[in-house]
Design a protein around this ligand. Structure first.
Ligand code: PLP
Length: 388
């Protein structure tokens, strides 16, 4: 399937209804804003001279991936879970990088079976000899060659080799020597940028990430192993970075929607956020307006990687540019908005910018696209809840 054919439903399935008529809670995506942020990232990548590989864990939607590939400058996609990747492989995405350290051969088998069938350019990551062996074994079983990146820990301390260690060189050597693997290069995710207190600090983290990859690539080349790709990516670090020199690829995910975390960090303006949860005030007391969206919709996430600020999002009566109300607490099906004696009567509808749009998209699994208060489309998140 060509990437054009993959363009499923940007303009079809239009419901023609009004925003005011949607039942709540539901996800609403502002189509104009979405198009603008997709264009902004395409331009950023073009100007920086790097390939753009959006992370689809943010939206898990074929329609949105199609839009990123067809109009948004994306050269391929990045996924985090094997079964999530399969949804996109089976829909015909031609270049898929599974940026998660998969060590279970059964999961690798499923991805490789799909990749072989659809002739997908497949890429994997590993940060250990066990990981390299699992991917090499699976590729051998399928009699195929697949790409592999060495995952580098640039400060999040989640997964990745220590870039200063000899283990980093050893694992790269194992990748280069494996008969069914094409060692492509280095890959990092500076997720600790989500804990920064200023845009300047995020820019420093991005620069440190770039230098770390360049230095490690040099050390690996010095032992005779070619390193062709240097892939970085988190939305805050990509948006704040001053230089991409020497890098070949960026992998932002959250940029398509943005959220209260991006606003808190100062890497986006409220006019850029395309994603919100539409909710209705169902009760009110002296302290709180209670809405029909709780943790089962908004999630209890404070922000990416457990780094975050106060509350569970910001609620707006007149769209995300007006004066906001903090969503202070959550029950499963109720949200607690501190109204501060401001006007927020029962029946009022609010648009909530959640802390972490990626988690909300996964929880809800369907979104309405709106433009000028009209519902113009509805998108499924086909890869939602693909946890294996
Ligand atoms: N790459 C990897 C390996 C990730 O884990 C993530 C997010 O967790 C991303 C890219 C995209 O980051 P963001 O959602 O901040 O754009």
């Amino acid at each position: 399937m060509s990437q054009e054919n993959l363009h499923i439903s940007l303009n079809v399935q239009a419901s023609g209804g009004k925003l005011d008529e949607l039942e709540t809670p539901c996800i609403v995506i502002d189509r104009r804003r979405l198009r603008r942020t997709i264009e902004l990232m395409r331009n950023l990548a073009e100007q920086a001279g790097v390939r753009l590989r959006p992370h689809v864990k943010t939206h898990k939607s074929l329609a949105l991936a199609s839009h990123q590939l067809t109009y948004g400058g994306a050269a391929g996609i990045c996924a985090s879970k094997p079964d999530e990747a399969r949804v996109f492989i089976e829909a015909g995405v031609h270049d898929v990088l599974l940026a998660y350290p998969v060590v279970d051969g059964r999961k690798l088998d499923r991805v490789m079976t799909a990749g072989l069938h659809h002739r997908t350019r497949l890429g994997f990551i590993a940060d250990s000899h066990e990981g390299v062996a699992a991917i090499e074994d699976a590729a051998r079983r399928h009699d195929m060659r697949v790409g592999i990146h060495l995952k580098v820990d640039v400060g999040l301390h989640r997964v990745g080799v220590d870039p200063a260690s000899t283990a980093a060189i050893d694992v790269a050597r194992a990748m280069a020597a494996a008969p069914h693997l094409d060692f492509r290069g280095l890959l990092s995710h500076a997720g600790h940028a989500y804990g920064a207190s200023s845009v300047a600090e995020i820019a420093e983290i991005a620069e440190a990430e770039r230098r770390t990859l360049l230095d490690l690539a040099e050390r690996i080349r010095n032992v005779g192993i070619p390193v062709t790709e240097l892939s970085v990516g988190s939305t805050p670090s990509v948006l704040a970075a001053a230089s991409f020199e020497g890098l070949t690829e960026i992998r932002p995910g959250n940029y398509v929607f943005l959220d209260a975390t991006a606003l808190r960090l100062g890497v986006a303006t409220s006019e850029q956020v395309s994603f919100s949860v539409l909710a209705t005030v169902v009760s009110r007391n002296g302290h709180y307006a209670i809405i029909d969206a709780g943790s089962k919709v908004l999630s209890s996430d404070k922000g990416a990687h457990g780094l975050g600020g106060d509350g569970f999002g910001w609620a707006y009566r007149d769209g995300p540019a007006g004066e906001g109300f903090l969503v202070e607490r959550l029950s499963e099906e109720h949200g607690w908005i501190a109204h501060g004696h401001r006007e927020l009567p029962i029946g009022a509808r609010v648009r909530i910018v959640p802390n972490h749009s990626c988690v909300v998209a996964n929880l809800v699994g369907r979104a309405w696209l709106v433009e000028n208060n009209c519902v113009v489309d509805s998108w499924a998140m086909e890869a939602r809840a693909k946890l294996l």
